[in-house]
Design a protein around this ligand. Sequence first.
Ligand SMILES: *[C@@H]1O[C@H](CO)[C@@H](O)[C@H](O)[C@H]1NC(C)=O
Ligand SMILES: *[C@@H]1O[C@H](CO)[C@@H](O)[C@H](O)[C@H]1NC(C)=O
Ligand SMILES: *[C@@H]1O[C@H](CO)[C@@H](O)[C@H](O)[C@H]1NC(C)=O
Ligand SMILES: *[C@@H]1O[C@H](CO)[C@@H](O)[C@H](O)[C@H]1NC(C)=O
Ligand SMILES: *[C@@H]1O[C@H](CO)[C@@H](O)[C@H](O)[C@H]1NC(C)=O
Ligand SMILES: *[C@@H]1O[C@H](CO)[C@@H](O)[C@H](O)[C@H]1NC(C)=O
Ligand SMILES: *[C@@H]1O[C@H](CO)[C@@H](O)[C@H](O)[C@H]1NC(C)=O
Ligand SMILES: *[C@@H]1O[C@H](CO)[C@@H](O)[C@H](O)[C@H]1NC(C)=O
Ligand SMILES: *[C@@H]1O[C@H](CO)[C@@H](O)[C@H](O)[C@H]1NC(C)=O
Ligand SMILES: *[C@@H]1O[C@H](CO)[C@@H](O)[C@H](O)[C@H]1NC(C)=O
Ligand SMILES: *[C@@H]1O[C@H](CO)[C@@H](O)[C@H](O)[C@H]1NC(C)=O
Ligand SMILES: *[C@@H]1O[C@H](CO)[C@@H](O)[C@H](O)[C@H]1NC(C)=O
Length: 516
Amino acid sequence: MKCSIAVGALAATASAAPGLVERADKKIRQYGYPITKPTVNATLLKADITRDNLVAGAQQLEDFAYASEERNRFIGSPGHNDTVYWLKDTLESLDGYYNVSLQEFFTVAQINGTINVFTVDGAAPPEGSYLLFDYSASGNATAPLVPVSNVGCNASDYPATVSGSIALISRGTCEFGLKSALAGAAGAVGALIYNNVAGPPLQGTLGAPPRPEGDYVASISISQALGAGYLSAITGGANVSATIDVLTDIRNISTYNVLATTNSGDQENKLALGAHTDSVAAGPGINDDGSGTVGILEVAKALSKYKVNNAVTFGFWAAEEEGLLGSTYYVENLAASEAAKIRAYLNFDMIASPNFVNAIYDGDGSAFNLSGPAGSAEIEAFFEDYFTGVGQNFTATAFDGRSDYGPFLDAGIPSGGLFTGAEENKTAEEALLFGGTAGVALDQCYHQACDNVTNLDLGAFETHAKAIADAVATYSFSWEGFPARNTTATKRSVVRSKRTIERRHGRNKRVQPLEK
Ligand SMILES: *[C@@H]1O[C@H](CO)[C@@H](O)[C@H](O)[C@H]1NC(C)=O
Ligand SMILES: *[C@@H]1O[C@H](CO)[C@@H](O)[C@H](O)[C@H]1NC(C)=O
Ligand SMILES: *[C@@H]1O[C@H](CO)[C@@H](O)[C@H](O)[C@H]1NC(C)=O
Ligand SMILES: *[C@@H]1O[C@H](CO)[C@@H](O)[C@H](O)[C@H]1NC(C)=O
Ligand SMILES: *[C@@H]1O[C@H](CO)[C@@H](O)[C@H](O)[C@H]1NC(C)=O
Ligand SMILES: *[C@@H]1O[C@H](CO)[C@@H](O)[C@H](O)[C@H]1NC(C)=O
Ligand SMILES: *[C@@H]1O[C@H](CO)[C@@H](O)[C@H](O)[C@H]1NC(C)=O
Ligand SMILES: *[C@@H]1O[C@H](CO)[C@@H](O)[C@H](O)[C@H]1NC(C)=O
Ligand SMILES: *[C@@H]1O[C@H](CO)[C@@H](O)[C@H](O)[C@H]1NC(C)=O
Ligand SMILES: *[C@@H]1O[C@H](CO)[C@@H](O)[C@H](O)[C@H]1NC(C)=O
Ligand SMILES: *[C@@H]1O[C@H](CO)[C@@H](O)[C@H](O)[C@H]1NC(C)=O
Ligand SMILES: *[C@@H]1O[C@H](CO)[C@@H](O)[C@H](O)[C@H]1NC(C)=O
């Protein structure tokens, strides 16, 4: 089996390098062991990337998602596990070209959650004036509302009467999770946290448990108007009682990064690149980030036909949607001596958005005033040259660490990559540069059930996958002209404990400090 795969793979290069392939075939026939491969070449590697293969890969991921009731590839789901095992099997089938491993880690994640009942004095508040906090505890209680002093960031803000009651707390100053945990520590059976600005309630998260202050209670986010109404009734001497019946499914999930490093090439001067394998729970995640996953997988498959001068590590990260957890786990468990061998990291998260832009991470900081370690500017320039070469326009996207390159930047590793856009609307200027429709989201199916194969712009997918091939061929051939690693460079500042939760709205989506 392995042998025939190798021959088949080589046959595909026949048109480009017939002499070599004939000699290679002959060697296999004669000696039955792997032959000397042609040296990697950007022209050839790009030509190996086909739209048909990209679509087939995306379809495979959709099939994995749709094979189960969940219809997603959320970490720990059948669709995600199948994705992980498929990547491992595919990379292992490449005739020993890669050292493939699974890196297991654990993460607490909310699978789903729902408010079954929320009534105050027997009546349901208006639709849209309340929402469940992510990571709320489950709970089912009817109890009086007890206002908390100040903004509930301090245990002393919680009066003794909170015990057995539902704490009524203002938004502000500290994380929602601290408020819910302090309410729990004070014996509350639930918490209502009201907004401190007018309008709808905040769609917020408590952050994954556990917290040192205590267990969360059932927690609902309510509008400022609702909170003000209850407070004034209570201040006026009334007893206000609420029923909260919420159910959340929160689990400690075991999941895996898939790592594949070329066995050949200079292991002291590696290129690393990555994409994330998990989707949100809402859908199959085919643009986000099936596109990046399949893009780098196709390049990994094609690369195995060639000899590289510099080693390449492909990282297929899990739990990006839960806060860059897989890539963070990888980087944090990498010895400093190993991290120092990574000359650059390239990230590909969403590369086939239906109303796409060709956005390059702003490694030189020229557009967003946030630059990366030395080398990041060169990576940005590399991709600018690529788009210029294929006659397409490009733009910059903020280099703010909100995808899996964040942990690499934190470790001082030069980084870069491509992005075709999420929920942000296309501007008129972008429509001039890239076509498509101004005033419509770059990906209207972002984090939704409709993010399936039909959501992809196949032209963008192919262009960006070939860009990956170009970069991998170039850097695995030579680091000439690329700055040496400065391993004493100051790390970018991070507030790691807060960088754990996905923000729901924002250009690059990704993680944001916990909202208060
Ligand atoms: C790469 O391969 C193409 C096609 O065989 C050839 O024209 C080109 O010169 C090669 N480039 C390098 C840098 O070897
Ligand atoms: C997915 O894999 C993890 C790790 O092996 C396992 O704990 C989990 O049960 C699997 N999920 C399903 C749905 O099989
Ligand atoms: C293969 O990769 C694993 C994980 O990175 C590493 O522990 C192991 O030493 C590697 N094996 C070889 C032969 O390089
Ligand atoms: C939550 O997911 C579980 C399976 O993971 C399912 O049994 C349950 O019905 C779901 N609950 C809701 C409210 O969607
Ligand atoms: C919540 O408690 C009420 C009253 O005890 C009960 O009728 C209801 O079935 C409970 N709901 C759930 C989901 O257990
Ligand atoms: C919490 O309240 C106590 C008592 O009023 C006070 O001593 C302490 O400084 C407060 N802590 C914070 C973080 O505000
Ligand atoms: C509120 O409830 C308390 C305790 O149950 C009771 O003593 C008090 O009379 C009630 N006040 C009103 C206005 O109903
Ligand atoms: C999740 O499970 C793993 C393995 O049993 C354990 O090491 C870890 O502490 C657990 N995490 C939490 C938050 O319970
Ligand atoms: C995109 O434009 C629509 C229609 O003008 C608007 O409703 C929506 O809020 C905009 N979305 C974003 C993320 O700005
Ligand atoms: C690039 O942008 C310009 C407007 O600045 C536009 O005229 C041109 O058609 C665009 N090129 C492509 C290939 O879309
Ligand atoms: C993919 O999503 C589209 C848009 O929501 C939907 O019409 C189509 O049925 C989905 N495909 C499959 C195979 O479910
Ligand atoms: C490496 O980084 C440190 C800290 O940012 C800086 O002082 C030093 O000049 C850098 N060295 C080189 C060779 O760029």
